[in-house]
Design a binder for this molecule. Structure first.
Ligand code: NAD
Length: 485
């Protein structure tokens, strides 16, 4: 790596996947300027023109699917099947955003109210202009697509800064857009490390969509505050899965294991904690242990868990496991993580709630299962962390009630992460997990500004005049008492 370029290295074998420029503030600002000019052209295409361009992009991605799967695997280390799944979900969101933008954002009439019956009132949603999208590496297609597709469909140009761990995927996505006929500068990519992202926040974009860690989210928000640039922050999580005494235990165990270990646990909405009712805890933990022990981590194609994408995250995983064990937690499957980025799945039980393994995002293949005497206790413990992204509830009778009480923006009942695959549902969290929403109608509106217009159709009682007569004030007095008394 030199001062002006950086290498993207595969966590599978250390090979260089690609070399990319480290772009500085001037280059980022120039890219944003070009995107601003392209934004005019993109906006002028209208909803149907943009839909055609986004549909062509989607078809191009499918036409080159194997290439993208191989690139995602090379840069993240995840199994090819998981890369395929991630791309499928991203394509579904791209299709949904393209086809629903008109219905959600077009100008519509609203009832003007009795006082303003002489006005016609309309509401429409206009694009911001240029949206800066800053992405993480864990789902390098699915995660940024939640901002890219929705921002583009809403009529914005985008400047995307992919993670320094997955720049090749970011550049590839943009190449596919251009290859499919999209205007080159309407979807631009800048590459680099953290400072390139910071430069994007200060480059005059009209909105920033950030996905990444909570700590970086705060830095992004601070940078954007300098110019009052609005932000949407999709940050980390510490999601819990609750298992009630009447739950389908096999299904719950299966879901917990997938939620915890898929993508080697590097999932913002992954399951890191389980609270299981004592009445069924023994059977549940046995089943989870059985399924966990069956999983193998490795860099070969057959391994169900790949290596950690970011090798230094292994230190965090090790520290959390050590902390859990030091506080009396029980290592049911796996041991203290070995050196290196390949970490076999780890199942911990009866871990002290104050330990970092319970309170902080681990972002590795670990799962903490703690037993609770009641589902009220499960809710209390699940909600006792600063994060509030999503969660999961397994219960035959109380699913909806528990889901409503679980803190966070999304909950799956009798499944895990199902909400992320429903394009019509908004995605986002509360607390340290951030704010704002991607996906769904809320996700489209996140990338647009409401514009309200009234048009006077005829003169009625004119109240906004300096020549208002005392008689009019008497009418106003009667209206107040009649309508609002
Ligand atoms: P990160 O915060 O380290 O980096 C995210 C992006 O921000 C990268 O592109 C990075 O280059 C950039 N960046 C770094 N410093 C910056 C700065 N000062 N200003 C602007 N940009 C800067 O996160 P990561 O390690 O890439 O991703 C993992 C994290 O992302 C986890 O916490 C995970 O939970 C979270 N995540 C959240 C969601 C969600 O939708 N809520 C989805 C995926 C991942």
């Amino acid at each position: 790596m030199t001062a002006t370029t950086f290498d993207s290295l595969s966590p599978l074998d250390g090979r260089v996947v690609g070399t990319f420029p480290v772009q500085g503030a001037d280059e980022v600002a120039a890219t944003v300027d070009r995107a601003r000019r392209a934004a005019e052209e993109w906006r002028a295409l209208g909803f149907s023109g943009r839909r055609r361009a986004l549909d062509a992009w989607r078809r191009d991605i499918v036409a080159h699917l194997d290439e993208l799967i191989a690139l995602v695997r090379a840069e993240t280390g995840k199994p090819a099947g998981d890369a395929r799944l991630e791309i499928m979900l991203a394509l579904d969101h791209l299709a949904w955003a393209a086809s629903h933008a008109r219905r959600v954002l077009r100008r519509r009439s609203v009832f003007p109210g009795l006082l303003m019956l002489n006005q016609s009132a309309t509401l429409g949603y206009l694009p911001y202009g240029v949206v800066g999208v800053i992405g993480p590496w864990n789902y390098p297609v699915f995660t940024p697509m939640g901002s890219l597709a929705y921002a583009l469909a809403a009529g914005n140009a985008v400047v995307f800064k992919p993670s320094e761990y997955t720049p090749a995927v970011g550049v590839w996505l943009r190449e596919a857009f251009v290859r499919a006929g999209g205007p080159a500068d309407a979807f631009a990519v800048v590459t680099g490390l953290g400072p390139t992202g910071a430069a994007l926040c200060r480059a005059g974009v009209d909105k920033v969509a950030f996905t990444g860690s909570t700590a970086t989210g705060k830095a992004v928000m601070a940078a954007c505050a300098e110019s009052l640039t609005p932000v949407v922050i999709e940050a980390g999580g510490k999601d819990a899965l609750l298992v009630d005494e009447d739950a389908d235990l096999d299904a719950a165990a299966e879901a917990a294991v997938w939620g915890a270990y898929s993508n080697a646990g590097q999932t913002c909405i992954g399951i890191e904690r389980v609270y299981v009712h004592t009445a069924v805890a023994g059977r549940f933990v046995d089943r989870v242990a059985e399924l966990t022990a069956d999983l193998r981590a490795g860099v070969d194609d057959a391994a169900r868990l790949g290596p950690l994408t970011m090798a230094r995250q292994a230190d965090v995983v090790r520290a959390h496991v050590a902390d859990a064990v030091a506080a009396g937690g029980h290592l049911r499957v796996g041991g203290l993580p070995p050196e290196g980025a390949v970490i076999p799945p780890i199942l911990l039980t009866d871990v002290d709630e104050r330990s970092t393994a319970v309170r902080e995002e681990t972002f590795g293949p670990t799962l903490v299962v703690n037993r609770v005497a009641s589902m009220d206790e499960a809710i209390r413990r699940a909600n006792a962390v600063r994060y509030g992204l999503s969660g999961s509830v397994f219960s035959r009778r109380r699913g909806k009630e528990l889901a409503m009480r679980l803190r966070g923006g999304m909950v799956a009942i009798n499944a895990v992460i199902a909400f992320a695959a429903v394009p019509a549902l908004p995605f986002g969290g509360v607390g340290d997990s951030g704010f704002g929403r991607i996906h769904g109608a809320d996700g489209l509106r996140e990338f647009a500004t409401a514009k309200a217009i009234t048009r006077q159709r005829f003169r009625l009682l004119t109240l906004t005049t300096m020549r208002r007569r005392p008689g009019v004030d008497r009418i106003v007095d009667r209206i107040i008492r009649a309508l609002y008394g």
